[in-house]
Design a protein around this ligand. Structure first.
Ligand SMILES: *Cc1c(COP(=O)(O)O)cnc(C)c1O
Length: 434
């Protein structure tokens, strides 16, 4: 399989080269050149994530140096479960818990897959690899955890100063050793822009081996299709019906992974994007005009993205607006609505939801009653509520139990450096420490 740029230039590249490059040479994002068509029968007997993953991803790795190791890679990456928890007796509404990994957010799946690939692609004597990652909250922690202490690789995490939750900040800054944490005086969009600029900077690229670990990296995005495949297959086997998903969305990596799974033929019906006040995508679907904008700080901070990178992948999947409108729907919610939904989720279902998950629950609740009743809906839960305890606890009036993995991170000392949102500042750090 070859991967081509979402902007259409170039002849394309193989699986591991696309992962190592991060961004295509023309500044676009890698997308598969074609979509292997899969059938439910192809996955017969596959009821665990690693098994579904090895099967689903095999055509993408075919012909690549990583192909023989794919099974080991998925086994290493998907070492924790993604349970679907029913909310109603008839199981027509459920929550997919993607937060059972080391940093308690769905980004552990992609980050661990990527790290497992990089580790196998790094020749023992090669110059060290620098991985740049811009984060609006959870990415940096997941990537740092996945790469921490991997020989020959250093990770530079950029996050918007003062715009991530205190808990997230601790997760971004508690690593040390081969992980450098940078608090950028700016927004997430600034962090993302800095990473892109660093990639396009000839001088930097010549001086060091650079790669990215953002959701723009194919190696983060593709593995996320696996939990959609596994969940939709499980629903299909149990009820003979496809699954529909409501996906809390920011940079659109998670929802694109869902749409990729559907494109490959997995039994997925409706896909609904749930956004916070950063409403560029819902507005686009409504008006037909694409207007990226500065990001707005909200309670669901990991989705505070005004100009989502993966819009390019969404467009390359559905080039015509009419197709896109047919393929997905999108809605957005305010902070007050997120708060009210957290309370409602606790009172009605005994569930404790993080603000991102509550965004999905709120968007679901607004779907027409007929639409809700007609399908098997799965709300995607992207983070454990303990990561947002300062928001959630006052609303539900009780402490949120902290998973063991998070407690261990919270106990570590923290360290970080502040920089201006300019390439010169980032370059200074990279060159000083290389
Ligand atoms: C990253 C993140 C999101 C948004 O996912 P995208 O792939 O950027 O759309 C939602 N919720 C949480 C908790 C996240 O960390």
């Amino acid at each position: 399989m070859r991967f081509v740029s979402s902007r259409g230039a170039g002849a394309g590249t193989g699986f591991s080269a696309a992962i190592l490059d991060g961004l295509a040479a023309d500044g676009g994002l890698y997308v598969p050149e074609h979509w292997p068509q899969r059938h439910v029968q192809d996955f017969a007997g596959a009821d665990h994530l690693p098994v579904v993953g090895a099967c689903l991803l095999a055509p993408f790795a075919a012909g690549d140096v990583l192909a023989p190791q794919l099974r080991d890679i998925v086994t290493e990456a998907f070492s924790f479960p993604a349970p679907r928890v029913g909310l109603t007796d008839d199981d027509r509404l459920s929550v997919l818990e993607l937060f059972h990994g080391p940093t308690a957010a769905f980004k552990d799946f992609g980050a661990r897959f990527l790290a497992a690939c990089f580790a196998r692609l790094q020749p023992p004597q090669a110059a060290p690899l620098t991985i740049l990652v811009a984060t609006s909250g959870d990415t940096g922690g997941a990537v740092a955890a996945a790469f921490h202490r991997r020989p020959g690789i250093r990770v530079v995490v950029l996050f918007p100063q003062g715009r991530v939750s205190p808990t997230q900040e601790r997760q971004l800054t508690c690593w040390g050793e081969n992980v450098i944490s940078l608090a950028v005086r700016g927004t997430f969009d600034d962090c993302q822009r800095l990473v892109k600029e660093a990639f396009l900077d000839e001088g930097l690229r010549q001086g060091m081996r650079l790669s990215s670990a953002n959701s723009i990296n194919l190696g983060r995005l593709l593995p996320q299709s696996v939990y959609y495949a596994a969940t939709s297959l499980a629903v299909f086997h149990k009820y003979g019906e496809p699954a529909s998903f409501v996906v809390p969305s920011g940079n659109l990596g998670n929802v694109v992974a869902c749409l990729w799974a559907r494109r490959m033929g997995l039994p997925i019906e409706r896909v609904v994007l749930a956004h916070n006040l950063n409403r560029a995508v819902p507005d686009y679907l409504a008006s037909g005009e694409w207007q990226p904008r500065p990001s707005i700080a909200t309670l669901a901070s990991a989705m505070d993205v005004g100009n989502p990178s993966n819009m390019e992948r969404l467009r390359s999947l559905y080039p015509q607006l009419a197709e896109l409108r047919h393929a997905v729907s999108a809605d957005w919610v305010t902070d007050d609505q997120i708060r009210a939904r957290i309370v409602e989720g606790y009172e009605r279902f005994g569930q404790i939801w993080c603000p991102h998950t509550a965004t999905a629950a709120e968007v679901y609740a607004r779907l027409p009653a007929q639409e809700r009743a007609a399908r098997r809906w799965v709300l995607v839960s992207t983070a454990h509520p303990a990561k947002f305890a300062e928001i959630v606890e006052p609303l539900i009036g009780r402490a949120v139990p902290v998973p063991e993995s998070l407690a261990a991170l919270f106990a570590r000392p923290t360290k970080c450096e502040e920089i201006d949102a300019q390439l010169a500042a980032l370059r200074g750090v990279l060159e000083k420490r290389s």
